[in-house]
Design a protein around this ligand. Structure first.
Ligand SMILES: [Zn+2]
Length: 181
């Protein structure tokens, strides 16, 4: 496995153990060139699935991509990597067990939102703001209402940009925050 830090071709496995009730193997690796440490997971892929985007494009389902968008939403949030990994595995399992070869990106997005809601409310808002592409201020208020009491919510929307928030919507957020004090 190539080193993600310095791109050295060979890294060494330091430790290897089963996780998620034996559904995956976690390996701690170290790079002999730069000393970088990272973790890989090995797991069964039951079926090939295709994601149908909103514009009709079809792309192979990739766990890594799903993981990436979840990680962006969870950036700097106090959530253990193992919990994130379990959450993503749960979503993949749900998709696989649906028996469908083609799944809509909407279905994936809804599952992620549902899972994030329970895991971390701030990440949930970040993901929802990008995913739902709030065009209506009312949408955003609805989501904020679901997580009322979390003051830091909506402070950042992650690497995917500004989530299309118009100034009026930002003002609404500020007002809602003031009201919760
Ligand atoms: Zn390295």
């Amino acid at each position: 496995m190539r080193c993600p830090y310095c791109a050295a071709e060979d890294t060494q496995v330091k430790d290897s153990r089963p996780t998620e009730e034996n559904q995956s193997i976690r390996r701690r690796r170290v790079c002999p060139v730069c000393g970088g440490r990272f973790t890989t997971f090995e797991r069964v892929q039951l079926r090939e699935m295709t994601v149908v985007k909103r514009d009709g494009r079809r792309v192979p389902f990739a766990r890594d991509k799903l993981m990436h968008s979840v990680e962006v939403a969870l950036r700097k949030r106090p959530v253990e990597p193992e919990r994130i990994d379990r959450m993503v595995s749960g979503i993949v399992r749900q998709l696989e067990s649906s028996g469908e070869a083609e799944i809509s990106s909407t279905t994936v997005g809804e599952l992620v939102m549902e899972a994030l809601k329970g895991l971390d409310p701030v990440a949930y808002v970040r993901f929802a703001s990008v995913y739902r592409d709030f065009r209506e201020a009312a949408d955003f208020q609805g989501v904020l209402g679901e997580i009322a009491g979390i003051r830091s919510a909506g402070a950042s929307t992650g690497a995917d940009g500004d989530a299309g928030l118009a100034p009026a919507e930002t003002a609404t957020v500020t007002r809602l925050r003031t009201d919760t004090r």
